[in-house]
Write a new protein. Structure first.
Lengths: 307, 89
């Protein structure tokens, strides 16, 4: 146990203290809702469940899924949209969705555990001007939800991850990001999140998730001085070695949580065919492959109950 | 000497501010120098004699030394009785 010793004029006093180990990121998963149990049977238990109810605001479906996650001892990482269009952001800013927000916040306030909630995740493609409107819409969403649900909710965006890429074509400057993430927007957030994807194909080396996650936490922790929660709504990998590299970034950036994308959805037609992604190649992590072994090895380090 | 050392908490999260308070009783840290001198006293008709004396001057407070291999403590304030220092867990 660390001890601070004080000596004054030949007299000595001391006091012992403890510095707690840093909390490990909550490691969760994103997959097709109906496939959840099958995927967990393959990966082993996780701590967080990504939940999404499509572009329309399906209140009952979302609340039902959040309640089910709580009942399973999972932290729900939920998001919804009010139409899924750029135009819908202006509607949100105008207050057209206030009643829906309040109803959702009221339901969350009555739940037994905390819910992570994001409005309209992955808002791109959109212009910087349009994204500034998204920021204002999210700010309104955050403030209304917090006013009702308080500590029962963790609010903040789940952005696309490529603006924090090392690749010049995808990277946004600090000034461009500041135009979206105004101080008012950031001040309304308990958390800031993003999704990080590996763009590797048979003809393009792409970039793994972890460099984007690194750029993300450096921007938020070092450039913006953000001390709230950082998290990852979805991240994927192709090379097994990239799983541990992502884990290292999650710890280095003191991320609060991250959900691995382990789903057959959103597959590209040009996914690599020689990387253990199955035939035809899919994002789903196939049992018995080096990719699954790498994923399980990291999940085993995350302090997840039941592992 | 009544010397006490206390921390604002006993369990800290990484990066959390730590505050150390060291307290002593009033005057206990006061430090003086004494400069000896001789005073020659002469009494008319009687004689004279040398008297030894010393000039006692307060020069400040005894320093507070902190040992903590895991952290760097930076003094915030010290009024001679209460010494406060900060570190980051």
């Amino acid at each position: 146990m660390p001890r601070v010793t004080v000596t004054v004029a030949g007299q000595t006093a001391h006091v012992d203290y403890t510095v707690a180990a840093p909390a490990l990121p909550l490691m969760g998963m994103a997959t097709v809702y109906a496939d959840w149990d099958d995927r967990v049977a393959e990966t082993g238990p996780v701590a967080m469940q990504r939940l999404y109810v499509g572009s329309s605001w399906n209140h009952s479906s979302l609340v039902s899924k959040i309640n089910a996650a709580h009942a399973d001892g999972l932290v729900p990482y939920a998001s919804m949209k009010n139409g899924g269009t750029v135009a819908s952001w202006s509607q949100m800013v105008s207050g057209a969705n206030d009643a829906q927000i309040d109803a959702l916040a009221t339901a969350i306030a009555q739940m037994p555990a905390v819910t992570r909630l994001a409005y309209h995740h992955e808002p791109r493609p959109a212009t910087l001007a349009e994204l500034a409107v998204w920021g204002r819409a999210h700010t309104r969403f955050n403030l209304r939800v917090k006013a009702i649900a308080g500590a029962k909710v963790i609010v903040g965006p789940c952005d696309n991850g490529h603006p924090w890429s090392d690749m010049a074509w995808a990277h946004l400057t600090d000034a461009e990001l500041a135009g979206i993430y105004t101080d008012a927007f950031v001040d309304s957030c308990d958390a800031v999140g993003a999704d990080f994807y590996d763009g590797e194909t048979n003809t393009n080396a792409g970039e793994p998730a972890w460099p984007k996650a690194r750029g993300f936490w450096r921007y938020w922790r070092e450039t913006r001085g953000f001390t709230g929660k950082l998290d990852v709504g979805e991240w994927n990998f192709i090379e097994p070695a990239d799983v541990d590299l992502m884990w290292q970034q999650l710890k280095a950036g003191n991320f609060w949580g991250a959900c691995v994308f382990n789903s057959p959805e959103n597959n590209r037609t040009d996914l690599p065919t020689n990387k253990g992604l199955g035939t035809p190649p899919r994002w789903t992590v196939v049992p018995g492959t080096p990719r699954m072994a790498a994923l399980r090895a990291v999940l085993d380090q995350a302090g997840i109950p039941g592992r | 000497m009544a010397l006490t050392a206390t921390l604002n908490k006993l369990v800290f999260a990484p990066g959390e501010p730590m505050v150390l308070t060291v307290e002593t009783d009033p005057g206990e840290r006061d430090r003086f120098t004494e400069t000896p001198f001789t005073l020659n006293v002469s009494v008319l008709g009687v004689g004279n004699a040398d008297v030894a004396a010393a000039l006692r001057e307060q020069i400040g407070d005894a320093p507070v030394n902190i040992t903590d291999p895991g952290h760097t403590w930076v003094q915030r304030s010290d009024d001679g009785e209460t010494f406060i220092a900060d570190a980051t867990a």
